[in-house]
Design a protein around this ligand. Sequence first.
Ligand SMILES: [Zn+2]
Length: 228
Amino acid sequence: MLLRLLALARAPVELAEAEVAVGDEGAHAELFGEQTFYLASADLTASALKARIARLPGGRQYFIQIYPSYAVRLARGLLTEGLELAVYPKAVIGVTETMTAANAALIGSAFRCRVVNHYSAWEVFHFAQSCPDSPESLHVNSERAILRVVRDDGSYAPPGERGRVLLTDLSNFVMPFINYDIGDMAVMGPPCPCGRGLPTLRNLEGRVGRQSRPRKGSCGAWSARACY
Ligand SMILES: [Zn+2]
């Protein structure tokens, strides 16, 4: 059952409507009992989103799962154009990219809801998310995975020190990942004042990027400062 739930959780449905690209009605609705819109279109405008939300049955609750950069663009559109949504989401869940505090504040202001920074990966998913009481910290889901932040020599990086993220998946019995270097950099945090007692990440800095030097000069990054 756990594996089924996790499989559902990692697979939001993405519809192909180019103008809106909203996904729902499937995995997340089954898992959460709510509707989740997976907004994955770079072309989605604030006015198109407003129109889509207006077609929801009255009062229907929903979540938005989205790249933070897309959410920022939509948030600016809503605010600058003075657009109001018929129903505001229960939460905006940022995935794939780094969510900065400034962007979270902007998104929360425009969508009038809580903003969740969700840390997951295709290899090991759902292993951290922002604390509902202290959103500057991410709680590590220790029942899902053991997360360590280490120095280059493999020793623990203490809270406040940047290091590489290593993961041990506790639920994948088919393809074990043990101390798996996921390629992200992060900083462990102190115990969260909320009292939940889970390990915390204070800063998630995203992928270790590689750089290339194009023929004509300047450096370019192969990978974005993103995490997923
Ligand atoms: Zn907390």
